[in-house]
Design a protein around this ligand. Structure first.
Ligand code: NAD
Length: 437
């Protein structure tokens, strides 16, 4: 099929590239000229494992193209995917301005029988509004479906190619048939493609993200309780997870969730419920717990030093909101950096992929952006860990001792075993476990 994918961010670029790899003729469209120019030269704007090779291969073989102009590709397209950002607005609701801009841009170019697919995460009722907006602009009833995306940054290609399920909101059989045909190569392992109303599909996406966010906030609340009552959250987590009704996934305590999806999607669901005069009590609490949890290391560090941070040197490992991505949107590391900057600390940072993004925000307020992990602990008063990148999991503690000025570690991701840490002689503070002082 011929596809246009509008928006070349984490979702659009992965969607377009994967569909081209499956043999479709795909054009990715983005308003960002620099991004499009870069992509044509093989420069991938985001870090996502495996993406670069896949983009280059399909681009070179002519199945994947890039442009800034809807007019260059949409007139030919059988399917037009809308995959632009839907960030949080000031009210907490999703900001759909990019979606409406795309609808305006594509309307004059759509083929009579083209299928428009909303892939962006959008509030319930958006599909219906896209349908009516296109009717007004084109004078005819266009095919509009919804196909929310469930991929995770860091494993986006695998998630896209081997989905647990594909959810499609459709209005007619023709749209269903086209989506079934397009996804057939992804569903060879008998994973389901689920057809439902556009409204149900829109709500499914928010409900799934909100459920996962709820698990994270829940375990973090239990972790904070563990600290106070002398329990070990790791034992509690394992004891709970073996219950098959609960399971282990999304039950890791830490600094809470971040990124471009969970925070904004929980708030958008809250906002939608409020506009309908409902009381989204669980959602409010999930967000509230998370905002509090993100600042866990700030509170622990502040308490340890009695607020006297000025002039101390901090080594920071991990800036991205999770491993295997360069994404720092709503990353807990930002809370810690902001606090340390305000307190006039000297800061050294390391992250395998996210330093450029942090540099764009903090510039020279951070003393040193270190390419090497161990350079970020040279002469520091303490080390703080925000992201569970694999390369932080088994450091050489003997080397750490020689490099660091003081032997103090604040670990927001519980990377190290408490008994092992006791033997190293470090002061060690983690989440939901006893402190080693
Ligand atoms: P993103 O911010 O990384 O990318 C959005 C892209 O859209 C940008 O490149 C931007 O330049 C482009 N754009 C904006 N307006 C445009 C316009 N009018 N025409 C063409 N291009 C335009 O966003 P993302 O993370 O890829 O998310 C996209 C959507 O998918 C969001 O609704 C998000 O909630 C959802 N989603 C994201 C993820 C994720 O892990 N990032 C997972 C599932 C769903």
């Amino acid at each position: 099929m011929k596809l246009s994918v509008i928006g070349t961010g984490y979702v659009g670029l992965v969607t377009g590239t994967c569909f081209s790899d499956l043999g479709n003729d795909v054009t990715c469209i983005d308003v960002n000229q620099a991004k499009v120019d870069g992509l044509k030269k093989g420069i991938i704007p985001i870090y996502e494992p495996g993406l670069s090779e896949l983009v280059l291969r399909n681009y070179e073989e002519g199945r994947l193209k890039f442009t800034t102009k809807a007019s260059e590709a949409v007139p030919e397209a059988d399917v037009v995917y809308i995959a632009v950002g839907t960030p949080q607005s000031d009210t907490g609701a999703a900001d759909l301005s990019a979606v409406w801009k795309v609808v305006e841009d594509i309307a004059p170019h759509l083929k009579e029988d083209a299928l428009v697919v909303v892939k962006s995460t959008v509030p319930v009722g958006t599909n219906a509004k896209v349908f009516s907006q296109l009717k007004e602009l084109t004078g005819r009833e266009c095919n509009v479906a919804s196909n929310p995306e469930f991929l995770k940054e860091g494993s986006a290609i695998d998630d896209f190619m081997y989905p647990d399920r594909v959810v499609c909101g459709v209005r007619n059989k023709k749209s269903e048939d086209m989506l079934r045909q397009l996804h057939a190569p992804l569903l060879r392992t008998a994973k389901p493609i689920l057809f439902m109303s556009p409204e149900s599909s829109e709500l499914t996406k928010y409900a799934a993200n909100a459920m996962l966010a709820t698990k994270i906030s829940f375990i973090n609340e239990i972790a904070n309780l563990s600290e106070k009552v002398g329990a070990d959250i790791n034992d509690v987590r394992v004891g709970m997870g073996h219950d098959q009704r609960i399971g282990f996934q999304f039950l890791f305590p830490g600094l809470g969730y971040g990124g471009s999806c969970f925070p904004k999607d929980v708030r958008a669901l809250t906002s939608l419920s409020e506009t309908l005069d409902l009381e989204p009590r669980i959602m409010r609490a999930v967000d509230d717990v998370n905002v509090h949890q993100r600042a866990s290391l700030v509170r622990k560090i502040d308490a340890y030093y009695g607020g006297k941070i000025a002039g101390k040197t901090f080594g920071i490992w991990g800036l991205a909101f999770k491993p295997k991505t360069d994404d720092i949107r709503e990353a807990p590391a930002l809370d810690l950096l902001q606090y340390l900057v305000e307190k006039e600390a000297k800061i050294l940072v390391h992250d395998p992929e996210a330093m450029e993004n942090v540099q764009a925000m903090f510039g020279d307020k951070i003393h040193k952006y270190c390419e090497n992990v161990m350079d970020a602990v040279e002469g520091v008063d303490c080390l703080a860990i925000n992201t569970e990148w694999n390369e932080y999991r088994t450091p050489d503690f003997a080397q750490l001792k020689t490099k660091m000025k003081e032997k103090v570690i604040f670990d927001g991701r519980n990377l190290f075993d408490l008994e092992d840490m006791e033997k190293t002689g470090f002061s060690y503070f983690s989440i939901g476990r006893r402190s080693l002082e």
